[in-house]
Design a protein around this ligand. Structure first.
Ligand code: ZN
Length: 281
């Protein structure tokens, strides 16, 4: 879906030439954050409210790693009223361009969607295994069978046969794929800047799996095993939000939302008008 957005934006001459927007008669009201130091610093300088900065981080963190990807010279363009709900938010980076547009649903909630009417959040599955049995739940304290002590288990263990395929719970990027102490063969997958999923005790990694590789939801990333500190074949699965382990079975994950079908045509039309207006100054 991003290909379309990128194509559309790339088609706009002003974005490629790096010109700043002129305030012509047809140019919509907008503000620009020019990145020189950091998003929060540069946003303050551009008089952008912290609320809008929060919105930018919340939405774009699915596409941009704010610590790693943001570079001097990148820009965020806020179109429309920059104090409440802007009409559109556009990120123009050296390597990436992302545009999202406001849409208010029938409950009156405003969210941001790409030009095809899809939110940037990936959808998550609850479990990384198709058929399995939970052998140890997320709990504050459990008696560890090997260490013989009471320890918290902030993960879910799924009992499954050795060799059972393990699937990524959402689209993301491989962060680690290695042998790591008690977790044995482990894969870490980053989903946006805030979410990480962890898969431990694998017997094997999926063939060709490497760090920095993009994976899709449901893609096989490895196979159940008993490597590391483990009493038998099972998958140790963790879900982390901002580094904190959450109960993967109950945690309220962001849901991928779409613009209502009945409104889609109008939404796309409006989004295209915003882009056109920007290019026709
Ligand atoms: Zn475990």
């Amino acid at each position: 879906m991003f290909k379309h957005v990128l194509f559309l934006i790339a088609a706009l001459g002003f974005l490629n030439t790096g010109n700043t927007l002129a305030h012509g008669a047809n140019t919509p009201e907008h503000s620009t954050i020019h990145i020189t130091h950091s998003l929060s610093y540069d946003a303050r300088k551009a008089n952008i409210s912290p609320k809008i900065v929060d919105t930018i981080v919340r939405i774009f963190s699915w596409e941009i790693d704010f610590n790693r990807d943001l570079q001097k010279g990148d820009r965020f363009i806020i179109i429309g009223n920059s104090n409440t709900h802007p009409d559109a938010l556009i990120y123009l980076g050296a390597n990436k361009r992302v545009a999202v547009f406001a849409y208010t649903d029938k409950h009156g909630r405003t969210n941001y969607y790409d030009i095809n009417g899809k939110s940037l959040y990936p959808s998550f599955s609850r479990a990384p295994l198709r058929y399995s049995r939970i052998s140890s739940k997320f709990q504050r304290s459990r008696f560890h069978p090997i260490l013989k002590t009471w320890r918290p288990h902030r993960a879910v263990d799924f009992a499954a046969k050795r060799g059972t395929p393990v699937h990524s719970v959402a689209s993301g990027v491989i962060q680690h794929r290695k042998r790591m102490g008690a977790l044995g063969n482990v894969v870490y997958i980053k989903h946006g800047s805030n979410y990480t999923s962890v898969y431990g005790h694998l017997s094997q990694f999926a063939r060709g799996l490497r760090v920095s590789q993009k994976v899709k939801k449901g893609q096989v990333i490895g196979y159940v095993g008993s490597t590391g500190r483990s009493t038998g074949p099972h998958l140790h699965y963790e879900l982390r939000y901002k580094g904190i382990r959450k109960n993967p079975l109950t945690y309220r994950l962001p849901k991928q939302k779409n613009v209502a079908r009945a409104d889609l045509w109008r939404f796309k039309n409006k989004a295209n008008k915003v882009l056109d207006a920007l290019s026709n100054h």
